[in-house]
Design a protein around this ligand. Sequence first.
Ligand code: FAD
Length: 396
Amino acid sequence: MKHRIVVLGAGYAGAFAAGNLARRLSPADTEITVVNAVPDFVERMRLHQLAVGQDVTFRRLADVFAGTGVRLRLARVTGIDPGRRTVAVTGEEGDDELTYDTLLYTLGSSADHHGVPGVAEHAFDVTGRSSALRLRERLAGLGEGGTVLVVGEGLTGIETATEIAESRPDLSVALAARGEPGAWLSPKARRHLRQAFDRLGITVHEHTAIEAVEPTRAIAADGMSIAADVTVWSAGFAVHPLAAAAGLEVAGTGQIVVDRTMRSVSHPDVYAAGDCAYAIGDNGRPLPMSCASAGLTNMQATAAIIARLTGTEVPVTGLKYHGNHISLGRRDAIFQMVDGGIRSKSWYLGGRTAARLKSGVLKGAGWGIVHPTFGMPKRRRRLAAAPYPAGVKAAA
Ligand SMILES: Cc1cc2nc3c(=O)[nH]c(=O)nc-3n(C[C@H](O)[C@H](O)[C@H](O)COP(=O)(O)OP(=O)(O)OC[C@H]3O[C@@H](n4cnc5c(N)ncnc54)[C@H](O)[C@@H]3O)c2cc1C
């Protein structure tokens, strides 16, 4: 009987991992199924661009996996029973149950509302395609002088505020930050960021925690009211409660606690990667939810799954976070390198060169999904020559 690998989610981590596994394991011995809620590979890193009306197209997953042998199941995951090794799904084909021998959980994340009243009812976000499209429609209907408040000084908040301000100079855009936006950046990069806000006419409300969102305004902790025809909530990501509900060991964030090989510490036939994995990086700290971390964790998970199936030594791949790359509209960006402790180095790259580099990174991430073994040493791709005590062969 074939070894059944089920991958939940086909975002940056899941799509890459599934393609990688399919290319490196023999289809005679393994069956790889990917379950994803939508038919496209949604590049979340471009969703703020989609929200402001730019022409952003996504590859169809059927094309991404064409010729790889990966079975694509378009359905929503509704539950996991790790005891029976089953996943409950619902989709156009109705309700179903999939059985796995190995599960790779990569369901990503969505907006973290932090329980703030009014966010769910009145705020917009850019964490998923449907919510970004909802914002796109709202912005398109907003006339000159309309007010937009972006809440959150993290990378997504900064990227969203600058993108809206650049593409809609007729709107009044503000950013509410709990602390100082870009406080983690080097002093020069922080100055660059402040200049970009000034150039784009973005009003920054520092040390302002939003505690309620209403249809036309947001209220801060000190009682200040900020007028906003549109409030965009960018105050962090939250993971799906599915893993916790299934009884997998999770961290306080709801992320699945994994060991160094991305294997669940409570359920050895379950692996996690991307935003929903609570993975400790090489510096001893949890990896941040990011595309970069999704790349690192899915590579490690894939390597471990293949090694354990083929009876070879589990390789340790790097879990080192190198830096943040923040777009500031289409013509400006900041690339900030960080050290091992995720402290910003004094050097940063800014301006058009950084913007071009970021555009290349985005293209590269999309391209890499279709070519997941590109650049991999032949030795690691060509596992077919090795002995396979577990009876599962790598692809020739
Ligand atoms: C606007 C924006 C800009 C960003 N910019 C950057 C950046 O510049 N650099 C960076 O490193 N990171 C960036 N990020 C963060 C990055 O996009 C995420 O960290 C990354 O997408 C995580 O990858 P993932 O595979 O874990 O999850 P995702 O890419 O979110 O993939 C999860 C997949 O699971 C599917 N799914 C979810 N729930 C279900 C379900 N119940 N059933 C079936 N399928 C389901 C989804 O449809 C999706 O395909 C940005 C995020 C946003 C929103």
